[in-house]
Design a protein around this ligand. Structure first.
Ligand code: PLP
Length: 380
């Protein structure tokens, strides 16, 4: 089936016992067995739960991994829960290559938490294949890419980095949270694992925290399933249900997020109070050809720097009324934030530092004219 259809049907057959068209929330920790070890496929809800299973089948399908193929998805308690599962595949002395503008929490996990366990890391500008190739070390096990990057909205050529990863025999993990599988399909471009914070666009309504990992590789999938059960950061049944509900409208939401964001990016670019605008859908984006090749549309995230420095950034981000001043992204409502003092405070003083006057917008699906008027007032 095509994307929009899979989003509504993959893993979501009517419930066999009642015919319910929506996958029920299986709020149960355990399952009755017919005789010791003989059961209907579920034994304990950390190991497997039907609501989570439905979400995993749907997520895998959306990333191009069909039910019945050897790969699949694991749904985790949060995006960081998914990241921590990748962490468990590493041992002391292994090296992780990070992008130099990774999500702040990803950076904190590898550079602070795993570094204490003896896992090495370094960060590189992944927008150039040459730089990635030079940064790979003999002990590199994982290359971590994020595209579009947060909050600079730069793009990484997934195919180019996948080629380096194959040469080096490493595992390429692509954090696809910003683009979503509707706009970009990293596995088809050569990535080994896709990571999601389903908290963002996949859930889409700012009412759940969750994550996922998806792979086509049967051995890797078996390892991820083993680790999620062994370590335990699973998505609960209600959270899985909320994400499933969100997935159904992902395609239409992403279309509207992108349309609104493009209009807002063009408006900002023409505004005298704005110095620079970062948006992959803009003609002025330095990687617009890559954007056209790799992404369906530019997505819903924009960052920009106003004239007037931090003071101006703080003033604008507190002056909007529709754009709530808040962390996170990907919900139906518009959000505004200053990454350096909010989401990216943990990268302060490192190679991943972001400009202190940068403002990030998560453009929602409200009427675009209301959003434009709100920004226009705040910029005045
Ligand atoms: C939010 C986010 C994460 C972490 O996900 P949580 O669900 O908050 O744990 C990872 N990567 C990106 C790009 C994110 O935006």
């Amino acid at each position: 089936m095509r994307f929009e259809t899979d989003a509504i049907h993959a893993g979501q057959e009517p419930d066999p016992t009642t015919g319910a068209v929506v996958v029920p929330i299986y709020a149960t920790s355990t399952y009755a067995q017919e005789s010791p070890g003989v059961h209907l496929g579920y034994e304990y809800s950390r190991t497997g739960n039907p609501t989570r299973r439905a979400l995993e089948i749907a997520l895998a399908a959306l990333e191009g991994v069909r039910e019945g193929s050897a790969g699949g998805a694991v749904a985790t308690s949060s995006g960081m829960g998914a990241t921590s599962i990748i962490g468990y595949t590493l041992k002391p002395g292994d090296h992780v290559l990070l992008p130099n503008d990774a999500y702040g929490g990803t950076f904190r996990f590898f550079a602070r938490v795993l570094a204490e366990q003896g896992v090495e890391w370094s960060a590189v500008d992944m927008t150039e294949q040459r730089l990635v190739r030079t940064a790979v070390r003999p002990n590199t096990r994982v290359i971590w890419a994020e595209t579009p990057t947060n909050p600079m909205l730069r793009l990484v050529d997934i195919e180019a980095v996948a080629a380096v990863s194959k040469e080096a025999g490493t595992i390429l993990v692509v954090d696809n949270t910003f683009a979503t599988p509707f706009l970009q399909q990293p596995l088809a471009l050569g990535a080994d694992v896709v990571l999601h914070s389903t908290t963002k666009y996949l859930g889409g309504h700012s009412d759940v925290v969750g994550g996922a990992l998806v792979t086509r590789d049967p051995d890797l999938f078996a390892r991820l399933e083993y680790l999620i059960n062994a370590a335990g950061p699973i998505a609960g049944p209600f959270d899985s249900w909320l994400v499933l509900r969100g997935l159904k409208t992902l395609a239409v939401r992403m279309q509207r997020h992108s349309e609104n964001a493009l209009k807002i990016a063009e408006f900002l670019e023409a505004h005298p109070s704005v110095m620079t605008v970062n948006y992959p859908g803009l003609q002025s984006h330095p990687q617009r050809d890559l954007a056209a090749r790799q992404m369906l549309t530019g997505g819903g995230m924009i960052s920009f720097r106003p004239h007037g420095g931090i003071e101006a950034a703080n003033r604008i981000s507190t002056a909007t009324k529709l754009f709530f001043l808040a962390e996170s992204l990907g919900g139906v409502e518009s959000l505004i934030e200053v990454p350096a003092s909010m989401t990216h405070a943990s990268v302060d003083g490192t190679a991943l530092e972001v400009p202190p006057d940068l403002i990030r917008l998560s453009v929602g699906i409200e009427h675009v004219d209301d959003l434009l008027e709100d920004l226009d007032r705040a910029l005045a």
